[in-house]
Design a protein. Sequence first.
Length: 86
Amino acid sequence: MYGKKQKDQAFAKIVNTAMSGLGIANNGITNFADGLPLKVAMPATLAETVFISSDYEYHLLTDDTGNRQQQIAQVLLQGLNSWFGL
């Protein structure tokens, strides 16, 4: 989700592309004209990484390994690295 099209949309697209590697339903990006993305000067996005109403995701998140949390962190880092050209 992005706040301001000019400032945030491109960043949100890059992060969303990286998140496609999580293997969960991806509904793309949408405008969210409220909250933090509107209040900061830098590009911002809100990433919905999991849906805990999904039994599948719930089990991945609660298996005591931390693997799913690590996967999520890695794809978000990948999106940031892509944005900054690293």
